[in-house]
Design a protein around this ligand. Structure first.
Ligand SMILES: Cc1ncc(COP(=O)(O)O)c(C=O)c1O
Length: 501
């Protein structure tokens, strides 16, 4: 007979969960996660869940008294686990992947157990130094020189914001740290440059940094969605003549829509000449530099002032983990450092106090999961997986190229393919407004049908105004068979669409 779930005596006391009780529960949770990972591929990637479904099933009031763990886990299993969108699913090919590998999950669990807050060396000595070492490992793995120091943040958005604030800080004559930005005489308006393809996090950083959206100049891209250095140079000249204060350029190596790669070398040349901070957003693409043959795409990024690469995107690290590398740590420290009495420690000047280099005081112990992951896979093992994802993407691109009813809409430098259904009969007529609108509608319908199958989940973007389907490969659980099946599903979904059959 099944026994009733019980409230335990530790729940009725005023301390924490009893260690023996915790041990049993942790084993149970480990089984739940292992079961999940074992079966995730057989679920629908997108759950059958409508807005409000969760709130309707959850009590508005928190429980006033303890509930049995068994009941909580039962609700987790019936309500939470089946109703997430399954980022761990091999058919999750939307956006960019964000996959938690086994060793990464184990590292996250251990970090949760320690709850080491990596704000000051004193309160996190080995955690601080492990972070420094793992940042160094990643720097080497990416082929970057020892002149880069760095740290982990939560997201690329934070890494870019922090860097843009450091760039603002070193701009002569501004001293926003002390004086702020408003109500001052004689200041020019701040200007930041990025391409038309740059991620919205750069504009968000500009909002926060007091640059404002109108202070962001979107530099035109070429036909392959890469920033045009000639257009950047003339934009800077024009702005200087008009009294703007240019201070920062963001180059994107692996843009969000098409994964295009801005020419970092030519952009670095301009930044050095113009004395502008160069920030490289390689949040997605950076992982490809783990494989040596992709390094030529990154030529010039070693000249940047700061670089962001997200291990939580394409390096199988559980969310969150963003690697921020910088060449001038003092720019960050000077921009952010505040040491009130209660944060003074004897090691202040001889050891790193990471909180002084960014915005938050408290910081998660992110290095542990990366340390475990890099050791478990080996640097070569991570690179081999990234390489394989790129190969599969090229394979998919070749199938698309070989089918006259489909059209690829961007080069495939990494592991993301951008394309659309364009029936052979309509070739050459894509520019006609009625045809263009029809193609957009067709591809939107295809995407809906594909996602309704539950087998794969794809997302879309617009490239040169055209509705574009995207397949982003980046999950070690995604096999060649999954990619083949995805292509089959796309073609099935297109049957009868657009008069091509
Ligand atoms: C190029 C690029 N930069 C930045 C971001 C934002 O990443 P995060 O969610 O870590 O802030 C993304 C997200 O996809 C991205 O593609």
């Amino acid at each position: 007979m099944k026994s009733e779930p019980k409230i335990t005596s530790s729940q009725l006391g005023i301390g924490d969960m009893d260690p023996a009780e915790f041990r049993a529960a942790a084993h149970r949770v480990a089984d739940i996660v292992a079961d999940y990972l074992e079966t995730v591929g057989s679920r629908r990637v997108l759950p059958d869940f409508r807005p409000g479904d969760g709130k309707r099933r959850l009590p508005e009031e928190p429980p006033a008294s303890p509930e049995p763990l068994e009941a909580i886990l039962a609700d987790y299993l019936s309500l939470v686990e089946p109703n997430v969108t399954h980022w761990q699913h091999p058919g999750f090919l939307a956006y960019f992947s964000s996959v938690a590998s086994g060793p990464g999950i184990l590292g996250e669990w251990l970090a949760a157990g320690l709850n080491s807050n990596v704000m000051l060396w004193r309160v996190a000595p080995v955690s601080t130094e492990l972070e420094q070492v793992v940042v160094g490992w990643l720097r080497r793995m990416l082929g970057l020189p020892a002149s880069f120091d760095g740290m982990f943040t939560d997201t690329a958005s934070t890494s870019s914001l922090t860097s843009i604030l450091a760039a603002r800080h070193v701009l002569p004559g501004l001293d926003a740290r002390r004086e702020g930005l408003s109500g001052r005489e004689g200041l020019g308006r701040l200007r930041l440059y990025c391409s038309t393809e740059a991620h919205s996090s750069i504009e968000r950083a500009a909002i926060v940094a007091g640059v404002g959206l109108s202070g962001v100049r979107r530099v035109p891209a070429d036909s392959e969605y890469r920033m045009r250095p000639d257009a950047l140079a003339s934009a800077i000249a024009e702005d200087r003549a008009a009294g703007w204060w240019p201070f920062c350029v963001v180059a994107t190596l692996g843009t969000t829509s098409s994964t295009s790669v801005d020419p970092a070398d030519a952009i670095a040349e301009i930044c050095e000449r113009e004395k502008l901070w160069l920030h490289v957003d390689a949040a997605y693409g950076g992982a490809a530099a783990l494989a040596e043959e992709y390094r030529p795409l990154f030529r010039g990024w070693e000249r940047a002032d700061s670089i962001v690469v997200n291990p939580h995107k394409w390096m199988f690290t559980p969310f969150d983990a963003s690697l921020l590398l910088f060449r001038r740590p003092e720019a960050y420290r000077d921009a952010f450092r505040l040491v009130p009495e209660y944060l003074k420690t004897p090691e202040g000047e001889i050891a790193r106090n990471f909180n002084e280099y960014g915005i938050p005081l408290g910081r998660r112990f992110r290095a542990l999961k990366m340390w475990m992951m890099i050791r478990w896979f080996g640097a070569g093992g991570i690179a081999a997986r990234v390489r394989e994802h790129c190969r599969r993407a090229r394979e998919l691109a070749s199938w698309i190229d070989a089918d006259p009813d489909w059209e690829r809409l961007a080069p495939v430098p990494f592991a993301t393919v951008c394309f659309r259904r364009r029936p052979a009969a309509l070739r050459g007529r894509e520019g006609e407004p009625a045809v263009a609108a029809d193609l957009d509608r067709t591809n939107e319908t295809i995407l809906e049908r594909v996602n309704r199958t539950g087998e794969v989940f794809l997302s879309h973007t617009k490239l040169a105004g055209r509705y574009t389907l995207r397949v982003a490969i980046g999950n070690p659980r995604t096999t060649g068979a999954h990619v083949r099946r995805c292509w089959e599903i796309l073609r099935e979904a297109a049957e009868g669409e657009g008069g091509a059959a």
